[in-house]
Write a protein that binds this ligand. Sequence first.
Ligand SMILES: [Zn+2]
Length: 95
Amino acid sequence: MEISKFQEMMRQLYFHRDSERGVAGTYDWFVDETKELGEALGSKDKKALEEEFADVLAWLASLANVTNVNLEEAAISKYPDRCPKCRQKPCKCTF
Ligand SMILES: [Zn+2]
């Protein structure tokens, strides 16, 4: 499934609720799910880890829907098959 199709599926499933909750409320949920992903990173439960990744992606898509951002276009625009800073693939930036 492409990113845009996933975002559209999330729109069909949840936009009526996401739009009522609004940007700030949806962002709070996204942050909570990201914290849960952080906790799952320390676990050996692979299934739980996968579910937390799914939740973070789902809430990111919901947040993009309520802010009218096309995730796929935004991602490909910033990361067009090369690093946006050094413009290399793979990245050769020094840290
Ligand atoms: Zn780079």
